[in-house]
Ligand binder design. Structure first.
Ligand SMILES: [Zn+2]
Length: 157
């Protein structure tokens, strides 16, 4: 290849001396050196619950590890909409497990997490989210929060 390029350049520019240099091939390009964090070990996440029994879904956020929050939904948090759902329907309780939970997004601050959750609830309108009205944020509100007062679109989810 180098010979071909030299021949080509000598035809066009006779005094030009071209040397090809190939960058070293790095093993780190083949895989990540970081350990993979399991889904349940993550914290400050927006997460999604999909009921295997009836296809109802729920969007929520937690600042804690998902490994802490998921068992609460499934076994102990009587105020949880997921808990109330699966303990209200035998078929749903039999089919639901931690596999019904997935991470939608992560955030670097709690405030960012709340905003993302509210937007997601507004877009997806999950059946089990009873706080849908809380997500009636307007885009103008969001832009004012983020210091972009020029935008004043009004959008009710
Ligand atoms: Zn269900």
């Amino acid at each position: 290849m180098q010979r071909r390029i030299k021949r080509l350049t000598q035809r066009c520019c006779k005094n030009l001396d071209i040397k090809l240099v190939f960058p070293p091939y790095k093993i780190k390009n083949l895989f990540s050196a970081k350990d993979v964090i399991s889904k349940l070990s993550r914290s400050r996440v927006d997460y999604y619950f999909f009921c295997e029994g009836c296809s109802s879904c729920y969007v929520a956020e937690t600042n804690r590890h998902l490994a802490t929050r998921v068992p609460e939904h499934l076994t102990s948090d009587k105020n949880s909409h997921i808990f109330q759902h699966i303990y209200g329907l035998q078929a749903c309780r039999a089919l639901c497990s931690e596999n019904c939970f997935s991470i939608l997004d992560t955030a670097s601050t709690s405030f960012q997490l709340k905003i993302k959750e509210a937007l997601r609830i507004g877009w997806e309108k999950p059946l089990l989210n009873k706080q849908v009205n809380a997500a009636n944020l307007t885009v103008s509100f969001l832009f004012s929060v983020f210091k972009y007062p020029l935008f004043s679109y009004h959008c009710v989810f």
